[in-house]
Design a binder for this molecule. Sequence first.
Ligand SMILES: [Ca+2]
Length: 302
Amino acid sequence: MSASALHFTAADLAGAEHTSELQKRKEIVVCLDAVQLGLGGASCGPRPMSKYILYSTPIVFSYSLRPYVKTMGDLAEAAVMRLPIVSPVSVERDQAGLVRLDCDTEDARITYQIDSGKSMVYQGPFPLNSGGVVMAKATLDDAIPGPTSVRRFNLLVSRSQWRIVRADSEHPGEGEAVNAIDGKPETYWHTKWGGAATRHPHEIELDLGQILQLKGITYLPRQGSDHGRIGRYELYVSRDGQEWGLAVATGRLKNVAEQQVINLPKITSARYVRLVALSEVKGNIWTSIAELGVVAVGKEKK
Ligand SMILES: [Ca+2]
């Protein structure tokens, strides 16, 4: 945004080819520009590329005008206004499924909606085990309301019944398969390395303890090292651990430390998950996983 205060209107300036043609007005014309058009390839040549051309569209903004006297000190300093904007609301759900809303602005009033339902005043943590979209914002008298925070939660899946059915290889004392579901990002499943290492494919099979409507699985790669991070993969799911059918997803994972989601082509009822690693991100023969998780929309409907 830019501002100017001149004895000319924008039309005066556009209409004059040389500064000598400008007739100074008595009034001072204040212009507030939300955006400005660039000069283009040359100041008197071609216009900017079409993607940079500006069009007249409604823009909403607010501004304030304040008198200035020299005793206010440096103009640039005096012009700075700290607007009373309410902080955004943080939306967090804990392991027990309780959602907590918090705002850094003291005494702010937090309101929220679940799945675009009725707006409610936040009075304390509320359960949301089944998942949903929480929208929350905070307000305070005489202050600009904070932005709306939006957070989507999936079904909270208890891991208490989870178990590793099998893993084709694990490195004792470091890379036990159970490390892939212990909830700790710093521990990991790692196939044997050194002289006893075997080659791909490597696989790990998980029993979720109940049939869930699966939307996908989450894969947190090993942290702090890319050794064993999965490159190409195949994902299988099964209701009973016996019938597996064809892979529901195949692809290649990125060599990053962040969690990645492997989506199923459609929501599928399953209790067992098998992830097969076909390669490692750098062509090594190991596989490692810091954490496996699932994205589920619900339990199987009876
Ligand atoms: Ca772990």
